[in-house]
Write a protein that binds this ligand. Sequence first.
Ligand code: PBG
Length: 332
Amino acid sequence: MNFPLDLPIRPRRNRQSPAIRGLVRETRLAAGQLIYPLFITEGMVDEDISSMPGCRRWSLDGLVREATSAFEAGVRSVVLFPRIADALKTRGAEEAWNDEGLVPRAIKALNAALPDLAVITDVALDPYNSDGHDGLVADDGRIVNDETVAALCRQALSHAHAGAAIVAPSDMMDGRVAALRAALDNAGFYDVGIMSYTAKYASAYYGPFRGALDSAPKAGDKKTYQMDPANAREAVREALLDEAEGADILMVKPAGPYLDIIKSLREATPLPIAAYQVSGEYLMIKSACAAGWLDERRIVMESLTGIRRAGADMILTYFAKQASLWLAEDGG
Ligand code: PBG
């Protein structure tokens, strides 16, 4: 072999220094693309969550403090998940549209303290429903679609009244995006956006989240409304429906194991795509890093970059604040 090789094309030229790698980098991550999911509770004290080490259920004061520190790190949006007391859970999930309830009070507290923060709310009945399902459960155990959609509209209106910037239906009922859009518009909330959980899979990766909220289904599973993990074309079908129904942002959930779905939605629609790095993805990273087996900072950044590279414009992640702090250290 003769040296040097006769090699006019050398891809390594573009990798030779941080400056050049910075020029050719195809995917960037910014704090403004991260959405921070926050758990909230009625109590006055913040509580550790045993199923999700490093996450807490915040009191309203704690919520404002945590959102403020995330905002200072560059995070510009949060999504709220309430833990509702058992005594308030009913088969009809009426607490979901109580204007004095936990979520409306949290929205108001955040908007008062942080007017430039976008507050997103989860629209689904599972935290409020004594059955632990996202929809209303009939006597025969079926999850009823159309009655649930009516309930979700009441819930979304209550969030909009309180000042939510975006409502995010996570229930997977048919027709809910169109119904929510009509209900919001009829009430004058033209500017309240809809981030639809478009392709939400019936996933084992949600386990730690259900522990955090005590919201696991009492009977059965969620397979009659959440999607089969084996299906990809069906996600495109859901995306086209949500787009036609007036969704502003489409979401894929979970994120890491579903990068192909993110990519195919990116190609199927011009709408912004969100991806949710869910509790199980968080816990896998946290536990491996706690054991000293992986480098947390590098793994978190690589996992978020991979989700962006697949085509997500924004990412819901429990690492949002930490990742934003790391991004700032790296010079944004
Ligand atoms: C429920 C809801 C779930 C998550 C967000 N909204 C759980 C479920 O569908 O059972 C999961 C989030 C996570 O695992 O981080 N509407």
